[in-house]
Design a protein around this ligand. Structure first.
Ligand SMILES: [Zn+2]
Length: 119
């Protein structure tokens, strides 16, 4: 990619082929040049997609763990579960951890993609 001094980044991404007909594009995350067909529709290379998913997964599990911890604290201090219902509450906490982790991962991945969107 050529740097155009003063012009700034052009918005839009439709028809990304420049004047020269060059099929090399720059990955939106790591900035390395790749063939256009190697990049996905967000202009990320495969390595960055994998790294982004890993990072989003980490954030997502932390998010799920936080939600589960909050629920567990609420159950423990507010609901004061009896031994009989404890298994059900533990299941609810685990389900929250799982679902919160998944939702947090998708959310984190979306945020990552938005932050590194092609300009
Ligand atoms: Zn990349």
């Amino acid at each position: 990619m050529r740097a155009e001094p003063g012009a700034g980044g052009r918005p839009g991404g439709a028809g990304g082929v420049g004047a020269g007909g060059v099929d090399d594009l720059v990955c939106g995350r790591c900035g390395h040049g790749y063939r256009a067909r190697v990049l996905d529709r967000h202009l990320w290379c495969e390595d960055c997609v994998a790294a982004g998913r890993r990072e989003a997964g980490r954030v997502g599990w932390m998010c799920g763990a936080g939600m589960a911890a909050g629920l567990a604290a609420w159950i423990y201090f507010v609901q004061r579960p009896s031994a009989m219902l404890l298994g059900g509450w533990i299941g609810a906490v685990l389900a929250t951890f799982w679902l919160g982790g998944r939702a947090g991962r998708e959310l984190a991945y979306g945020v990552l993609r938005f932050r590194h969107r092609p300009r």
